[in-house]
Design a protein around this ligand. Structure first.
Ligand SMILES: [Zn+2]
Length: 146
């Protein structure tokens, strides 16, 4: 079960594991903001949302952006295929992994099965396929809001 961490101004930041959230409570860097009713973990109500006690300047704190994940790419792109606009369930590497393409926000897009297979081990230019947008690093907040 994931716990949403929100800033002192209630802006969503990111998700952490329940264990991590409880450690934040123990260290008093966060307080329970919303909890599952009638459930305790140790002395704490089981949190669904914890709020940082002190405001964190997100640009500085998370300047590198959230860690890359397949799931994150699908969320960032709203599960819309970057090539045809259809429903995406896979992640395509713009520069294929077999050619040195890495797991980076800027090198990965959501893609449908068909487009992903059609593109294969080629770049979009080689495959004659056009990206509908430039992939970019998402903010923490944009991932947390979905
Ligand atoms: Zn597609």
């Amino acid at each position: 079960m994931d716990v949403l961490v929100i800033n002192a101004d209630l802006g969503p930041l990111h998700r952490v594991s329940l264990r991590h959230a409880v450690r934040m409570l123990v260290r008093r860097v966060a307080e329970v903001h919303e909890a599952t009713p009638d459930r305790l973990i140790g002395v704490y109500p089981v949190p669904t949302v914890v709020r940082l006690v002190r405001y964190v300047v997100t640009k500085w704190r998370y300047s590198a952006g959230p860690a890359w994940s397949r799931q994150g790419v699908l969320v960032r792109d709203g599960r819309v295929c970057a090539y045809c606009g259809g429903h995406a369930s896979t992640v395509d590497h713009v520069l294929p992994r077999s050619r040195g393409g890495r797991n980076l926000w800027t090198n990965t897009v959501a893609a449908c099965d068909g487009c992903n297979q059609r593109k294969g081990d080629r770049t979009p230019a080689e495959a004659g396929m056009v990206l509908r947008f430039e992939p970019a690093t998402p903010s923490w907040a944009s991932l947390a809001r979905r």
